[in-house]
Write a protein that binds this ligand. Structure first.
Ligand code: NDP
Length: 248
């Protein structure tokens, strides 16, 4: 799947929502989904970054995107419901969601971890995904088939010292993916999986590993084959899996 070559029209006429679409991996995924025919709903906290992605999609002649500024740290249940109502009125269904946005928090022993940061990381990385998925579920169930992709990390499978709330949030993300996959398997055409991007050249990675040479890392664009595979219908039999975007 690392070498998956997506047909140009893989996502033709699909409506796909991407969180954290303004930067890093989410930006690359939004552009890549649009390049393969999708109408992408760009969700993120910095409107200017979302506008830049919107403009790039337009300049390349891909289907027109939509911008939804939303701060996952401060959003409440009604904000997610409002978003779902807007999408319902505009599109009537949703073919895919990429839960990509997250924050790193502190890299420090749990004994010293700032409680308010712990709660913030859990809110942005976990609670927001629950609220967004719950609000969007009727739209996903209304699609002929739909794909939900969560974003995990190696520390979401085996925790390592100093990764703090981030590691806890990624274990929780794996659990949310497994729960939904199991609950939806026999009653719907919605499949649910997770991607571990692996070391990728973004701001988050540079912040976590300040001494690393970014040019040694894969770019977000280079890891897109799995993002395309899991979003498109070639993966319709895959459910409940946590997959690596880069070969080990
Ligand atoms: P970046 O920090 O580069 O991008 C994260 C995106 O999430 C940004 O667009 C950011 O918005 C958005 N975001 C952060 N907080 C909020 C918020 N409160 N509300 C709305 N949007 C928010 O990270 P990456 O691209 O590296 O990471 C993408 C995903 O991949 C994450 O889930 C991360 O955990 C995971 N991952 C990344 C790895 C890597 O090596 N890069 C490795 C393993 C996992 P803004 O630009 O406005 O700040």
């Amino acid at each position: 799947m690392h070498n998956y070559q997506a047909p140009t029209e893989l996502l033709k006429d699909k409506i796909i929502l991407v969180t954290g679409a303004g930067d890093g991996i989410g930006r690359a995924a939004a552009l890549s989904y649009a390049a393969h025919g999708a109408t992408v709903i760009l969700v993120g906290r910095t409107t200017k970054k979302l506008e830049d992605v919107y403009d790039e999609i337009e300049a390349k002649g891909y289907p027109q995107a939509a911008i939804v500024p939303l701060n996952l740290d401060s959003a409440a249940e009604h904000d997610y419901i409002e978003l779902a109502n807007t999408l319902q009125a505009e599109f009537g269904h949703l073919d895919g969601v990429l839960h990509n946005a997250s924050i790193l928090g502190m890299r420090t022993p749990l004994a010293n971890y700032e409680p308010s940061t712990f709660e913030q990381v859990m809110r942005v990385n976990v609670t927001s995904q629950f609220l967004l998925t719950q609000a969007l579920m009727p739209l996903l169930l209304a699609a002929p088939q739909a794909s939900i992709i969560f974003t995990t990390s190696s520390v979401g499978r085996k925790a390592r010292a100093y990764w703090g709330a981030y590691a806890v949030s990624k274990f929780a993300t794996e659990a949310m993916m497994q729960l939904l996959a199991d609950e939806l398997e026999n009653i719907s055409k919605v499949r649910v999986n997770a991607i571990n991007p692996g070391a990728t050249r973004t701001n988050m990675r540079a912040f976590a590993y300040p001494a690393e040479d970014p040019s040694t890392l894969k770019t977000p664009e280079e890891i897109m084959p799995l993002y395309l595979y899991l979003m498109g219908e070639d993966s319709s039999a895959i459910n409940g899996q946590s997959l690596d975007a880069q070969p080990k």
